[in-house]
Design a protein around this ligand. Structure first.
Ligand SMILES: NC(=O)c1ccc[n+]([C@@H]2O[C@H](COP(=O)([O-])OP(=O)(O)OC[C@H]3O[C@@H](n4cnc5c(N)ncnc54)[C@H](O)[C@@H]3O)[C@@H](O)[C@H]2O)c1
Length: 331
């Protein structure tokens, strides 16, 4: 088994203007560019259409063409300035352009600050299949400039709390209690508390990934809620945060059946408190078909992430038939 000594990039707080401008190409999306073009002036910039539907190969091809037009070479650095879609795309294209060039991230959504920008997984979708192709390759830096959050829409704040709740469920019961006593508004209006929450979550993920870069063990826990979540996300046009919110409820229900987990209502209440959906009507057959292509499937089993209690997650191989039955009784 491949053991890894890869150093995981730790996010640092800095002003965006501290970024080295020489030989850097920024990749961003039109929303971020629309709000923050002043910060990006003087850079060669590639502006993509915003949204998960553009996290596909055609976008990669167009970026490569633009990099060629810019005369980008092996010494060029790419910097992804945006949410998780942008960081995933930037990391992936940097990993394959000229067989790999340097890259860094400036995450601009809460979700990307606490999760997507960290750990080096960079991928794109193929049809409804999430992150079907990609690389594991670490960025040179992750720069946190919270001033980008001033323009973040409410729904994107809520999405960020889906991954924060995930971290609390799998690793941090104390944070779960802290979240229970607040709401989105509290963190939007209290800079210090928000900053502490972001750093706590970024470090939680960094720590998990550092010990298991290639996801042979504990890193799998970060997929709590993602098996059903990923199967729903692109079929029902749910945001990533919304999809994994529903996925976490499903995983909590299975946890009850298999481990007597009795805190599903607390998980549901917390997600609702942060404006996230906990259920959706979906076509069980179609969703099951997509779910069988989950990257954690091995033959007829999926390594499913379950909870024994809040703050304590486990990996359990579950037969696809059992998952199908659980899906049929989900709603
Ligand atoms: N690689 C990983 O480890 C990892 C982990 C979690 C999620 N992800 C991926 O991340 C993606 C979800 O990330 P996301 O929720 O950040 O989505 P996103 O990148 O689509 O951003 C959400 C929306 O917010 C807008 N936006 C971003 N920053 C803004 C700002 N500062 N002000 C105003 N608008 C802004 C974007 O234009 C977009 O419309 C998914 O594709 C998911 O698969 C990857």
């Amino acid at each position: 088994m491949k053991s890894s000594h890869t150093k995981i990039t730790i996010p640092h707080i800095a002003n965006f203007s501290s970024l080295d401008k020489s030989n850097t190409v920024i990749i961003t999306d039109e929303n971020v560019f629309g709000f923050h073009s002043k910060k990006l002036k003087n850079y060669s910039t590639i502006v993509l259409k915003a949204g998960e539907e553009f996290k596909v190969q055609a976008t990669i091809d167009s970026i490569v063409e633009q990099l060629i037009n810019f005369g980008a070479d092996r010494t060029t650095s790419l910097v992804g300035v945006g949410g998780g879609v942008i960081t995933d795309i930037t990391g992936y294209v940097a990993s394959i352009y000229m067989r790999g060039i340097n890259f860094g991230f400036v995450p601009t959504t809460l979700l990307a600050l606490v999760d997507a920008s960290i750990g080096g997984k960079n991928g794109i979708n193929v049809g409804v299949y999430k992150n079907m192709i990609g690389t594991i390759n670490q960025p040179q830096f992750i720069l946190h400039d919270y001033s980008f959050l001033n323009t973040l829409p409410e729904a994107e704040w809520q999405n960020g709390f889906a991954e924060i709740t995930k971290h609390a469920c799998i690793k941090d019961a104390v944070m779960f209690r802290e979240l229970q006593s607040h709401a989105v508004k509290y963190y939007q209006t209290k800079n210090k508390e928000l900053s502490l929450l972001i750093e706590k979550n970024a470090m939680l993920k960094t720590k998990v990934v550092s010990k298991d870069v290639n996801e042979v063990g504990d890193r799998k826990l970060l997929n709590f809620g993602h098996t059903l979540g990923h199967a729903l996300e692109n079929q029902y046009e749910l945001s990533h945060g919304q999809a994994i919110s529903i996925g976490m409820v499903f995983a909590s229900r299975i946890s009850k059946q298999l481990y007597g987990f009795n805190q599903t209502d607390e998980v549901i209440n917390l997600l609702e408190q942060y404006g996230l959906p906990t259920n959706v009507l979906f076509n069980k057959k179609k969703v099951f078909e997509v779910l069988t292509m989950d990257k954690k499937r091995e033959k007829d089993f999926i390594k499913f992430i379950l909870l024994q209690k809040i703050g304590k997650a486990v990996i359990k191989e579950i037969n696809l038939i059992e998952i199908k039955e659980a899906l049929n009784t989900f709603i």
